[in-house]
Design a binder for this molecule. Structure first.
Ligand code: NAP
Length: 320
């Protein structure tokens, strides 16, 4: 590929496709590098994390809800309607020291670009148990996002489990107490990592019960979860806890490994640092949008908003 692209968008979640919609409508003829399909939810997928979400009920404009894959198919169709082009490859490394920028694909080609929007997202960390993956992929009651899935009818008045002991786990558990009959917070130690205020909220809740010193060693159930097999981290003893949903909240990993050596500034957790009120990274002409640069909000709608900003910033950069 010797042609120099105006703007290459890496990633195909809400941030990537929204930037593609705006960039194509601005006549920038963007190239979207959408990723290669993978068989595990623990790595970046074309379409992003919404491809693992059954019902999306909090995306404005869909009063009856919409499935994650349907929503992302709509984003893609809308971007392609205005001329955005898609390439089913992964970017494996970036050279931002040259102009145009040089991006190497998983099949060894180099794409040259005047500007780049990084929208590769972040993936939820999973426990890595086979049945956890199977039930997460099939919508069988295993999820890594209580805010996305917790309000679904299937979880109403049911016992649910949250795994983890950080702020996310306790925030998810607190959210789930609105719907569940009881929420068990399974933590591998006997003390939460989360802030004291968050802990107090949990200790004050009549519906939340910490399950100390336990790890999940298996997820039970054929088509949907019926319980989890626990192991005590002190005694090694195994026990079963009956639940109708399991929410894994053990942290996220931003998809920035391919930026190693590229000079893009990351924070101590690996997320891209952005300029204040802008999608600009520390390298002029390189922008970022969505969860890859946002460890706080992590919502489809906030990622889409950031995608819009990145496209407008890239357009202004190219105009100058
Ligand atoms: P985190 O703080 O890294 O906590 C991850 C939790 O998962 C820890 O309790 C950890 O246990 C546990 N864990 C990790 N790997 C595990 C495994 N393989 N099996 C079982 N448990 C495992 O992640 P986070 O809760 O997502 O928070 C990320 C950052 O965002 C933090 O800085 C947090 O303060 C912030 N945050 C803030 C808010 C808020 O202020 N409202 C809300 C959400 C997140 P150990 O404790 O034993 O290590």
């Amino acid at each position: 590929m010797s042609e120099i692209e105006n703007v290459v968008i890496i990633g195909s979640g809400p941030a990537g496709w929204t930037s593609a919609i705006y960039a194509s409508r601005a006549d920038l003829n963007p190239l979207c590098v959408i990723g290669v399909p993978k068989s595990t939810p623990s790595i970046v997928l074309p379409g992003g994390q919404l491809m693992l979400t059954t019902e999306v009920e909090n995306y404005p404009g869909f009063p009856e809800g919409i499935t994650g894959p349907e929503l992302m198919a709509g984003f893609q169709k809308q971007a392609e309607r205005f001329g955005a082009r898609s390439l089913s490859k992964d970017i494996v490394s970036c050279d931002f020291s040259t102009r145009p920028f040089a991006l190497e694909t998983s099949s060894g080609e180099t794409i040259f670009a005047k500007s780049v929007i990084i929208a590769t997202g972040a993936t939820a960390n999973w426990l890595g148990i086979e049945n956890e993956m199977r039930l997460a992929m099939s919508g069988g009651g295993v999820s890594a996002c209580a805010v996305c899935d917790g309000a679904l009818p299937v979880y109403r008045d049911q016992p649910l489990a949250v795994v983890g002991g950080g702020d996310s786990a306790l925030e998810e558990a607190s959210y789930l107490t609105k719907f569940a009959s009881e929420v068990f917070i399974i933590h591998r130690r006997d003390e939460f990592r989360a802030s004291k205020a968050m802990q107090q909220r949990i200790f004050d809740s009549e519906k939340a019960t910490p399950v100390w010193n336990k790890v999940v060693v298996d997820v039970l159930g054929e088509d949907s979860i019926t319980g989890v097999l626990l192991q005590d981290t002190v005694t090694g003893e195994e026990s079963t806890l009956e639940v109708k949903g399991m929410f894994v909240a053990i942290g996220h990993t931003p998809a920035t490994a391919f930026l190693d050596g590229s000079g893009i500034a990351l924070d101590d957790k690996g997320y891209i640092n952005l300029a204040t009120r802008s999608s600009a990274t520390n390298i002029e002409g390189v922008f970022a949008a969505g969860d890859v640069a946002d460890s706080h909000y992590r919502q489809a709608i906030s990622a889409a908003g950031m995608g819009c900003q990145a496209a407008i910033d890239a357009e202004q950069y190219l105009a100058h």
